[in-house]
Ligand binder design. Sequence first.
Ligand SMILES: [Zn+2]
Length: 467
Amino acid sequence: MSGYAYDLVLSGGRVVDPANDVDAVLDVGMKDGSIAAISEGIPGEKAREIVDLQGDVVFPGAVDSHVHVGRAERGVGYRMTAAVGVTTMIDFGSTMDEFLPGLADRGVGQTVGALYPINRELSDRHAPRGEIIGLVDEALEEGSLGVKIVGGHYPLTPDTTAEIIDVANDRGCYIAFHLGTTETGSHIEGVREIPQLLGNNRMHVAHANSYCRGMVDSPAEEILETMDILDDLGDQVVAESYLGTINGTGGKCSDGKPESHVTRNCLAMRGYSPTQDGLREAIADGYGNVRTEYGGRMLLVTGDEGVRLWEDADTDMPMSFPVNSPQSTFLAATAKNDAGDFIVDAISTDGGANPRNVAVERGMALVRYGALTLSELAEKLSAAPADMFGLTSKGHLGEGADADVTVIDGERGLARMTIAGGRPIMLDGVIIGCGGTVITTGEGAAAVRDAGFPAHISATEDTRLYR
Ligand SMILES: [Zn+2]
């Protein structure tokens, strides 16, 4: 038992906490992993440790609502995300078997949930309802936070897609969708298909900007149409968008073709043949980048070295192409409806192991540009994504909230300190945390605890999706 009132006090930073309508220079006192006080002039002698944050901005811990850390990534993304201020994140497509070992080995103290990639079990592209119910039940029991349809890469029929959405809604299971079916694709046609697939159901639209790369109309026309469609759907959809330039896809080929339809799109967009030969040429030319781990993070490699790595791996490598339109990312991040609300709820990265964890850096650039206020940025980076996933003790700095904080250097616009559960896990680029807490549902809590992790429960009725 320490005799101090606070374990840690963050002193003199500009605290921006939109959920509590706070934007002022204040001290933040933490005790036993929770926020204990926010006020002016907390006396230093009450704190076991005190950090002077004059000139810095203090946000509720950044919640990245769309990352990839669990699967082939083997946990390399935890350091990469902690380095840029992320305290909480949702992996968009790992089974618990793929996700938990990486968190145990390479976790750095963050709170992380995972959506189960339901496509992988449905390779025949058409599945009866009973099979889908079985998969959803199993995913939740194993500890998944929900399911994700990876339609853009591995499309299912519209019927099967709609059925999965319906089963998830019946079950109160979080459902996210990378748009696209066998009838459309990962582009504006996939967005136009939403109302028909959704009926009266609800779902999370993954990376809303990414369908607007100019495959059908211009990027600006496509993103404006997307904003209209999402706005018309109102509470039926929640969405995030990212600010990165590169995308994330796979290089794996079979029968002379990339398996991922997104990879084929990327090739077609720049006039390459959508085949294995076309992909080789695109990598050699510097357009296709393979991702490889080096020095504890993922790097992009292209040209002859990229081709060598890709061929050594029998083409099975994660890849990125610089295909995202800045117009689309800008509009998705900033567009509001007539009521003055953001159409896209949150700014995500779709990063993690994909080296585009630029939400804080580019979000701060939008603030400097005058496109967002600091408070709006805090909403999009923390309050809204916490609310999306029903994380009621996160996304704000009220008394009793989890002591998750992202400290941003006000001048450089970069994260300089990440605090998770009252513990600093990143300090000026140095990572010092370990392990992690798993976000799961009431149904999955036992499996998560059996696997040796603390469970953070998200209740269906608390999620922005189903509330
Ligand atoms: Zn993703």
